[in-house]
Structure formats: C-alpha cells, structure tokens
Design a protein around this ligand. Sequence first.
Ligand SMILES: *Cc1c(COP(=O)(O)O)cnc(C)c1O
Length: 333
Amino acid sequence: MSGYGVTLRDVFSARQRIASIVKQTPLVQSSVLTKHLGVPVYLKLENLQETGAFKIRGASNRFSTLTATEKAQGVITVSSGNHGRAVAHVAKRLGIPAVVCMSERVPINKVEGIKRYGAEVVISGRDYDEAEEMASQLQVERGLTRIDAFDDRDVIAGQGTIGLELLEDLPDLETVLVPLSGGGLISGVALALKTVDPTIRVIGVSMDRGPVMAESLRVGRLVQMEEEPSLADALVGGIPLDNRYTFCMCQTYVDETVLVSEEEIARGVVFALEKHRLVVEGGGAVGIAALLSRKVSKLTGKVAIVVSGGNIDIPLLLQIVREYGEEAVPSGK
Ligand SMILES: *Cc1c(COP(=O)(O)O)cnc(C)c1O
C-alpha cells in the first residue's frame, strides 16, 4: 500500500530518526469508556509529549532531512499553536535558527510560549493569511526552509510513528479514532495501520464548526469554509488548495468521519480530567467526545483513541470544569 509517495518504510525510518527527541507515549485502557461501550477502549497519550502534542514527531522528522546548508540558514513556519511550539523546540535542541510567524490576533501567552522555546517570533498581519504572506517573504529574503504543519511527506511519516507504537502495544487493534484537521496526523497513522492490516477501521473526528477535511471528503474535492472559533482550537484552519498529499491520503485511508459539538468536546475534556487525571485540550479530546456521545456504531473489538494534545489554557479548563464537571459542581440532589 502506497501513501502517494509515503511508505511504511518511511515511517520506520522516521521512528529511528526521531527517537532521541520524541517519547514513546503510554497507551492506557479507559475502564470507564470500556464499560460505557462494551468493548476495550484505550487512550494513546500524545498530550504527554515534551511540547504537549504529537506535532513534535512530524517536525523532528522533517528537521532530520534538512541539508547542512538548510540547517545553517534556518527554518520558518506559520503557527501560533502546537506546530509552532514543536518547530521552536526541535530547532533549539538541534541548534538551528527558527522563525515563527504569527498574526497580531495571537494572544500574548502563546507568543511568550513560543519565544520561551528560543524561536524568533515575527508578528505581522491581521490574520493567518497575512502572517502567511510575511512568512513567504521572509523565507525568500533570508533563504529559510519552510516546515509545513501537515502537507509534507516527512511530517506525515513522523506522525505515522504513532501507528507503529499502537500496533506494538495493541496488535489486535480493530478501530482507531484520530483527531482530524489538515490530515497529517491521520494520514500517517492510517498509512502505518492499513499497510499492516487494511481491515483496521480508521475514523477521523473533527468539530462540527468548520470541519474542512471532513466536508472535502464528503464532496470529493477540497473546499474552503469560514473559520469559526472552537474549543478544539488546534483543529481550526483551512487547507490550501495546492494540497499535495493529505487530501488524497485521507480519501484512500479514512473509513469515516465523525463530527462533535462544542458541548461534546467540553465533556470530553472534563472526562479526561475527572476519570483519568489528564489535562487534554479540546482538539485532543474529540475522539473521547465521539465515543462518550456514542457517535460511532458497530464497535466489535479493541478501540484506540489518539489523544493528540494537552495544551489547553488553564483558565479555560477551569471554566469548562465549572460548567460541565461532576466532581467540582454539587449536583443539587
Ligand atoms: C495539529 C493538531 C491536530 C490535527 O492534526 P492534522 O495533521 O492537522 O490533522 C489534532 N490535535 C492537535 C492537538 C493538534 O495540535
């Protein structure tokens, strides 16, 4: 099975290349979800990665393929979120100069977060698109190399290492739920799993507010949608129409997509905290949300949920717990 140029061999190579930077994350059984659904359910804890999300896998694999000249010149990316953190962190570890472009809209704590990892932060433009223009300009002016967040073969292969770890820990895995935005994560994971066993069911989960890839898969071509704010902020964002890999790979490998509401996402975040003592961000909790709300039918065997990240703003987390938590709020009964 070939992933449009990305192969299982690339995923194994990635695993070796990123081993010194990336953790093999734990896979834990959720006894509550197991009871709720009547099949064994496991959580793959990517929120426990050093930068708080799986993006460090793809980013560090992409760095490992840079030439000596590219390393000396430095890299550039546009992201205020988990990808920006991953790029800044890996660049610092490897002593490679990194520029992260962000728009004026990005909150100061996120800017500080990325600066702390040692990257040069360039704030420019009113929105993502304008920051993107700035990045293109700087890339040319300074001869930097772009590290794409999802539509890149090395990035996809890096994310695919999650699939290898899942198979090692759970060889009889039947179904996997993967958060879906640009599709780099699910493309890599699905490539690894389906190459080993094409009957493994791969389900992409997005928020119902602007689910660009899910909608694109439904209509059979890339669509553009209005961006809407969501608790799953890591999943918000469009897919450029010059997409090379992830749309085709999702068309080939993703068996179905499921959408979850803001309230369902909130309940997923609270569930992770109350039942597992885990801090999970909205985008990382969509798989839990989909199962809690029974949006996936015909589950027969072992299920794994990729819990993709934990970088939630703490005041927001507290607010959600106050609103939806069972333990924090007296039930009144
Ligand atoms: C980036 C991200 C995703 C989505 O990954 P894609 O490759 O864009 O589909 C999911 N969860 C978290 C926490 C992320 O940071």
